[in-house]
Write a protein that binds this ligand. Structure first.
Ligand code: 13P
Length: 337
């Protein structure tokens, strides 16, 4: 394992003022999102939408890496350059989603196990040769009646650690993403407990399997009440509970935590990150972003109207707002400037 390369990549992915763009929606998800804004989905439209984002002027000031899907890492920019080469030439790390999706967990109705370990070593080798320097694997944990089960927690934690270990062997920094979903009527305390149990189990498995923590990143959810819970908590409380939960379960030698947005509004996601980075305590890890929807939802809507430059401006604006949240320098008035 090239620990020096992994540590360098991981620390540059969470460099000051920068975060990650998650543009790795699977073909199914990206197609649904395109159709929802009235664009017919095809490899060409998915390519055109993403190539337009990757052509935005100056986004590399705010974005350290972009997570791609298998289709996208093989596609080209309008000038014919392979997408990973175009990103690399701007100093933006190409990343790759390497799981093959969340499948039904046997004997546990309504629960999921993320698959993709078979052949992973060979796929990582190929992605590295195409320019990828980091990877993502997303486990999905749902809260509900009797959920999550111990089986769901332990199998997903085990798979995350095995994935991380294989990626590191192949020179890719693993983003370890155990996502506790926002959907549901559960309160924030329940989200805290479930997030605690998956983080605990995941880092235990990482230790057993020899994952090099200084060469990895964690991509967790924030601690939030379920979206159908009548008792929502304040932004300040979200920030505090999230930091408390991470402090309890995340090793100090992890270089960075890059949050997912998970369906929060653009501004909530930014505000929560900003509050965490405004605290007087010094966190042992960088607190950053690896947002999908909170960086792109409005950029996609604008692109669908045919306004390429408008879409780039929306993406640049959200990237800048989140970059400011890295240092606690965001405020809501900046949203309208
Ligand atoms: P969201 O920020 O839209 O949750 O996407 C991040 C991601 O990559 C989920 O796997």
């Amino acid at each position: 394992m090239d620990t020096q390369l992994l540590e360098k990549t991981a620390s540059e992915l969470v460099a000051a003022g920068k975060g990650i763009l998650a543009a790795d929606e699977s073909n199914g998800t990206m197609s649904n999102r395109l159709e929802a804004v009235g664009v017919s989905a095809s490899p060409e439209t998915r390519n055109a939408y993403r190539a337009n984002l990757f052509s935005a002027n100056g986004y590399e000031k705010f974005i350290s890496g972009v997570i791609l899907f298998d289709e996208t890492i093989r596609q080209k920019m309008p000038d014919g350059r392979p997408i990973p080469d175009a990103l690399t030439s701007l100093g933006v790390y190409p990343g790759i989603k390497v799981d093959i999706g969340a499948k039904n967990l046997a004997n546990h109705e309504g629960e999921k196990i993320t698959e993709g370990l078979d052949g992973l070593r060979e796929r990582c080798e190929e992605y590295f040769s195409m320019g990828a320097r980091f990877a993502k694997w997303r486990a999905v944990i749902e809260i509900g009646d009797e959920k999550p089960s111990d089986a769901c927690i332990s199998t997903n934690a085990h798979a995350l650690a095995r994935y991380a270990s294989i990626c590191q062997e192949q020179g890719l920094v693993p983003i370890i993403e155990p996502e506790v979903l926002m959907a549901g009527i559960h309160d924030a305390e329940t989200c805290y407990e479930v997030t605690s149990s998956i983080l605990q189990a995941t880092f235990e498995q990482c230790q057993i399997q020899g994952v090099h923590i200084p060469g990895a990143l964690l991509k967790p959810n924030m601690i939030i009440a379920g979206n159908s819970c009548p008792e929502q908590i304040s932004r300040e409380k979200v920030a505090q509970m999230t930091v408390d939960c991470l402090t309890e379960h995340v090793p100090n030698d992890l270089p960075g935590i890059v949050f997912l947005s998970g369906g929060q509004s653009d501004e909530d996601a930014t505000a929560h990150l900003n509050l965490m980075n405004s605290m007087t305590i010094n966190h042992p890890w960088q607190l950053s972003y690896s947002f999908g929807r909170a960086l792109l939802a409005n950029a996609l809507k604008t692109w669908a109207t045919g306004d390429n430059e408008g879409s780039q401006s929306v993406f640049l604006h959200r990237s800048k707002m989140n970059s400011l949240a890295r240092t606690g320098d965001w405020n809501s008035e900046l949203e309208n400037k």
